[in-house]
Design a protein around this ligand. Sequence first.
Ligand code: PDD
Length: 281
Amino acid sequence: RVAYVNGQYVQHGQATVHVEDRGFQFADGVYEVWSVFDGRMADFDGHMTRLHRSLNELRIPIPMTREALERVLKETVRRNRVNEGLVYIQVTRGTARRDHPFPAEGTAPSVIVTARSLPLSKGNAAAAKGVAVITHPDIRWGRCDIKTVGLLPNVLAKQAAKERGAAEAWMVDEMGLVTEGSSTNAWIVDESGKLRTRDTQSNILHGITRAAVMALAADEGIEVEERAFSVDEARRAREAFYTSASGFVMPTVSIDGAMIGDGKPGPIATKLRAQYLDQAR
Ligand code: PDD
């Protein structure tokens, strides 16, 4: 395997960044994840645009032109012979002696890209059975719309899920409303049959898969309401699922051990997953 590190393609095992990288010391950096279908990165532009937005919001310099970045990403996929899998990019504010304020102007941002094969079929068994989620307090900061590598609250939430035999943790704000999953957006089909997911004005990541699924639902004539739902509403929901670039649409059949609907993947979640995979291919 090969990784791209600051201008060079190097063996994955030898791919390292400096000890004074601000990503390492301050989580002062951003990232994106794409899925790859048939050797092509899905929703290429959506993730690219969000990457630039994250960089702009944090005033991290744009490391290279969009075209150059596109070449690096696609070349990393090619060199790793990824047909189905994931691409990861991380851009940090660069390497400088440890000091909280931004480093001197002209400090080059660090850019690393990795790509790995992961058969799409890997998630299909879980999707066919449906997965469990737990709830967990959302203890993150006020700018969850920025895709930063500061993921410690997400890590703790996902680990709590793992320790309880669940696939994902749905984070809950102080009002008892679900914000999003630790690395996914959360959805329900509520008691009236409407698709519900939290609005993007209220401190969640603007999921690219979320946007794609909203468009698919609109095509199907399914009504989508961008409005937060409570844990209680999730328990009483007809269906639930979560979305992300790595998991697509994942039917969710229980929350904190309580069955959702009939405890099987719901028809809307199942249909949206199939349609998402269809159009991504
Ligand atoms: N996570 N919410 C959070 C907190 C996320 O980290 C992600 C993505 C999503 C879904 O966004 P998208 O559909 O654009 O992937 C929602 C990636 C996959 C990760 O951290 O691995």
